[in-house]
Design a protein. Sequence first.
Length: 74
Amino acid sequence: MTEILLKYNLLDSYNRKEVLDFIDFLLNKKTEKIKKDKTSYKSKILKVSVWSESDIDLIIQNQQKLNQWKAQGW
């Protein structure tokens, strides 16, 4: 960090302003990425299917029937 500060102090005022602008750019880019990730996550979560109790009951019934099924021998 001290190395950055030393180099920054060697710059003239115009170049210092450029460095600060670039840092702001990087920070904004990072913030936008976080916002996009949240938006993307939310849209993915909203697409997750929801099963009702009757759907789950059907699955359990079919599981029980499958467990009772006897495979034919050779």
